[in-house]
Design a protein around this ligand. Structure first.
Ligand code: ADP
Length: 618
């Protein structure tokens, strides 16, 4: 774990640790002790386990108790990393292996539980001792008394849009309280690839990529089949570059050359130096360390907006111990609770009159955090908000075959990979729209494909993918494949070798220096070469592949807003005091969101919401 990342998330960790002051955590004494009274051979034991990545769990056991747990890991900062702190503290406090896993970090939590159990076994614990630890519950926290808070601006949700709104309002001088259901900042934003679309009109870079704000506007509108509200799309693209500058001012770092996000259609993805969405939250964390007028209430679940004489004045929440927490706003309330891709009931209900997708039941997984379940949409509707375009749901062809997450996605930029089915054939324009690619994937055997690329993407063989994972680790874990020849790769993937070779040979003809360079291929693909990132085809060993399946990713429908992020009711009137930003809001992206536009949306509309919520007075 890099020190810088550890440091920047220290605030998050201390918030979590402060919130797990367990009461009544009396250590159980009903073990089936041996004659000596010892249940463990006292000592320090280690176990290598799997979380999101490999972890080494080292446990010090006395004769009767778990005394200490150290975890050496590279779990995702902001997601898995805080879970390590919560789990180790909770296992020790409760002397139990039957504690709740941290929501949104199940793999990390279970990995730690496995590691501690294994150490107990190494220390000679009998099965009945292990069972005893497994059967002990988690001491429930004593219900705290109800609490009331007041701030100038109240933000619900500490994801991308919520934190952009909170920091902006704070910069303008507001006292801000952010309400967050989970134990960490980040939401789906921290799980994303991190790149977002923004073009600096008239710059040298824009000239070299032949791009402009107008091009971004047209592609966004057309990419969503003209369903995006034009004034919202204008707001999005015209404020995108100032969002980059704002983040840079907060200390966030970006690569010099933009990338083409899958489904982004153009080379305008501003790529943070840090993997995933971590860089955003490192910057916000640093900001909070220096500014005391922004506070986050973790483990606080917003359940109801408070409406007084037609004005939203606050929010009622359930605190961690089941107590009532009421947070009132002197000025406005910003809803930033994200979308509903992970809410199977809401997404199937929203799609009941649409035949675009197959039924999106539990069998189709999601890239989303388990905390993001459309709560804000439900709360807003209860105070009269209009919901629009709820059936505009985006899937990606890039999900992990088991979890649906983006983890293990080995693509860096859309110009240098192809997708092949189990028969070894391409079937879609990999540079095209996300919905087209995913619909084409649903027509392949078992809804299954391999993403294939060559060493251009991983020149040294130990680079990270966009999700903070080393390609070597993914290969070692069997989540990606690496081969010296196409034949060898075909054998690993169990696809017909001759077909795969022919597929790649044909694709290479369209790449730099190929006989069909400059032409569109049979799927309409024209995106073969970035202006700077030269792609001469899939022809240089080693070759890489990874299996991917369809996954539900983003919900473009939601609460209707205007360009000031004010929430509109079913008559088109503003609901005073209520603002919405990010995925909770609908009507920006239309039927299909351009890859790389989601994070732009969160920053641009989050900043507008933060400022306008502070300017609102009752
Ligand atoms: P966006 O991309 O729109 O900013 P994210 O998915 O990044 O959305 O973040 C949404 C955040 O809102 C997550 O951190 C999630 O845990 C939080 N959240 C969702 N529902 C609630 C709720 N009812 N109360 C408090 N926080 C919530």
């Amino acid at each position: 774990m890099k020190n810088s990342i550890k440091r920047t998330l220290s605030l998050v960790l201390s918030a979590i640790l402060a919130s797990i002051t367990l009461t009544a955590c009396g250590k159980n004494s009903n073990l089936d002790n041996t004659d000596t009274g010892a249940i463990f051979q006292a000592g320090t034991y280690s176990s290598s386990v799997k979380g999101m990545h490999d972890m080494m769990v080292t446990v010090t056991l006395t004769e009767n108790e778990v005394e200490n747990i150290d975890v050496d890991h590279s779990e995702t900062p902001g997601v898995g990393e805080p879970a390590v702190a919560v789990m180790t503290e909770s296992i020790i406090s409760n002397q139990s292996l039957g504690i709740n896993v941290v929501s949104g970090a199940t793999l990390t939590s279970n990995g730690i539980l496995d590691g501690v159990k294994d150490c107990m076994v190494q220390a000679g614990a009998s099965q009945s001792i292990i069972d005893n630890f497994l059967n002990r519950g988690q001491a429930s926290k004593e219900k705290e008394e109800d609490k009331e808070y007041t701030a100038d601006v109240v933000v619900i949700g500490a994801g991308g849009a919520g934190m952009a709104a909170a920091v902006t309002a704070s910069q303008k001088g507001a006292n801000v309280i952010v309400i967050e259901k989970s134990g960490n900042m980040g939401g789906n934003t921290v799980l994303s690839g991190g790149a977002f679309n923004a073009v600096e009109d008239g710059s040298e870079m824009a000239a070299s990529t032949n791009d402009s704000v107008e091009n971004h506007y047209n592609q966004t509108i057309n990419g969503g089949d003209n369903q995006g509200k034009p004034e919202l799309v204008r707001t999005l693209v015209e404020n995108a570059w100032s969002a980059v500058e704002w983040l840079k001012d907060l200390g966030m770092e970006f690569l010099d050359v933009p990338t083409t996000v899958a489904g982004g259609l153009w080379q305008r993805g501003q790529k943070p130096v840090e993997p995933e969405g971590i860089g955003f939250f490192m910057a916000y964390d640093d900001y909070m360390a220096e500014n005391s007028n922004l506070e986050i209430l973790y483990y606080t679940d917003a359940t109801e907006l408070v409406l007084n004489d037609g004005v939203v004045t606050g929010v009622i929440c359930e605190g961690e111990t089941g107590n009532k927490v009421t947070v009132s706003a002197n000025n406005g309330v910003v809803l930033a609770t994200g979308g509903f891709a992970g809410n199977v009931e809401l997404r199937t209900e929203s799609l009941k009159d649409s035949d675009k997708w197959p039924i999106l039941d539990e069998s189709i997984k999601t890239t989303n955090s388990s905390n993001v379940t459309g709560d804000g949409i439900i709360m807003a509707e209860a105070v009269g908000a209009n919901l629009i375009q709820m059936d505009n749901i985006q899937l990606l062809p890039l999900g992990d075959t088991v979890t649906g997450s983006l983890s293990g996605n080995i693509g860096h930029g859309a110009t240098s990979f192809i997708f092949v089915n189990k028969e070894g054939e391409r079937f879609t324009n990999e540079g095209g729209r996300r919905d087209d690619m995913t619909l084409d994937l649903f027509n392949q055997t078992d809804n299954f494909m391999y993403m294939i690329m060559d060493s251009d993407t991983y020149p040294n063989g130990d680079e990270l993918n966009n999700f903070g994972e080393h390609i070597n680790d993914l290969v070692a874990d069997g989540r990606a494949y690496k081969a010296d020849t196409i034949e060898e790769l075909a054998e690993m993937l169990n696809v017909p070798s001759e077909t795969l070779k022919a597929t790649i040979e044909e694709y290479n003809k369209y790449c730099l220096g190929g006989e069909k360079e400059g032409q569109a291929d049979e799927f309409g693909r024209t995106l073969f070469t970035d202006a700077q990132n030269v792609n001469n085809g899939i022809n240089t060993a080693p070759y890489y592949a990874a299996a991917r399946v369809p996954t539900v990713h983003h919900t473009m429908g939601g609460v209707e807003i205007n360009e000031n992020t004010e929430v509109l009711d079913t008559n088109g009137n503003v609901i005073s005091g209520l603002y919405a930003a990010g995925e909770v809001a609908g009507g920006i992206h239309g039927t299909n969101r351009l890859g790389g536009n989601a994070l732009t949306d969160t920053i641009v509309f989050g900043r507008i919401a933060g400022e306008n919520a502070f300017n609102f007075s009752k």
